[in-house]
Design a protein around this ligand. Structure first.
Ligand code: URA
Length: 239
């Protein structure tokens, strides 16, 4: 890529200003001053300095995975396939899922090497909303819904925070009732334990959204894609 275009793209000035920097001997590639704006550089190999400072191209990676059932949310290699194994072709080091989904849970999982974003999204203080599609063994009563929305005792020190229940019109293929449940925490097996606390049982669980990030309907279980710039900036701005 041309050095002048690269520096413009990285907001080091307009094309004209960048040319001036080059003319004034401010731009160095591998220790040698660049004299021509059309000089080509390889951002993966060359060390580029402007005004004596090295330009960093460190870039994080962000993927939306529709986690399939049967795969674990772990970064450790082992006998069971992990969500990181699914992204092996990307060849990116340091990828980790943002939070965990149970082995039998499907749906939205953000996978990134951006530890800061992960930390912010998982921080218990931030209360990032998570919405799940939940297939149940039994219909919820009005009293159950009220209890779930107020907070239930799942055997932890504290009751769960108020949640939101939306009863869906549809039943699943096997005629089981379906709800959307939005929670603001991420406790271990939280959804399953909440439903258990009102005498029900979760038969299928799928995460639909996390904060502003919504599972792309075009992703089949096991498929993934990079986040769009808009999705990423919405997540970053939530912090
Ligand atoms: N709650 C659960 O019980 N399991 C999950 O995988 C996610 C939330």
């Amino acid at each position: 890529m041309r050095i002048d275009k690269l520096l413009c793209d990285m907001n080091y000035g307009t094309r004209k200003q960048v040319k001036e920097h080059i003319k004034n001997g401010l731009v160095h590639v591998n220790g040698v001053a660049v004299v021509k704006p059309e000089f080509h550089v390889d951002v993966d190999k060359d060390e580029i300095k402007i005004g004596g400072k090295v330009i960093s191209f460190a870039k994080n990676h962000y993927y939306m995975l529709n986690k399939p059932q049967g795969v674990i949310s772990s970064t450790e290699k082992g006998p069971t396939e992990t969500v990181i194994d699914i992204l092996a072709d990307e060849n990116v080091k340091g990828l980790a899922p943002v939070g965990r989904l149970d082995k039998d849970t499907e749906g939205l999982l953000l996978i990134t090497d951006d530890g800061k974003l992960a930390h912010n999204l998982l921080s218990p203080k931030k209360h990032v909303d998570k919405t799940y599609e939940v297939h149940l063994s039994n219909k919820l009563s009005e009293a159950d819904i009220e209890q779930l929305e107020k907070g239930v005792d799942i055997g932890d020190e504290k009751m769960t925070l108020p949640a939101k229940v939306e009863v869906m019109d549809m039943a699943d293929d096997e005629g089981r009732p379906v709800i959307h449940l939005t929670i603001h925490e991420g406790r271990f097996h939280q959804v399953k334990r909440m439903l258990e606390a009102v005498g029900n049982e979760v038969l299928f669980l799928k995460r639909l959204s996390m904060g502003s990030l919504v599972l792309d309907e075009n992703l089949e279980p096991g498929e993934y894609r990079e986040l769009t710039a808009e999705e990423l900036s919405a997540l970053q701005n939530k912090q």
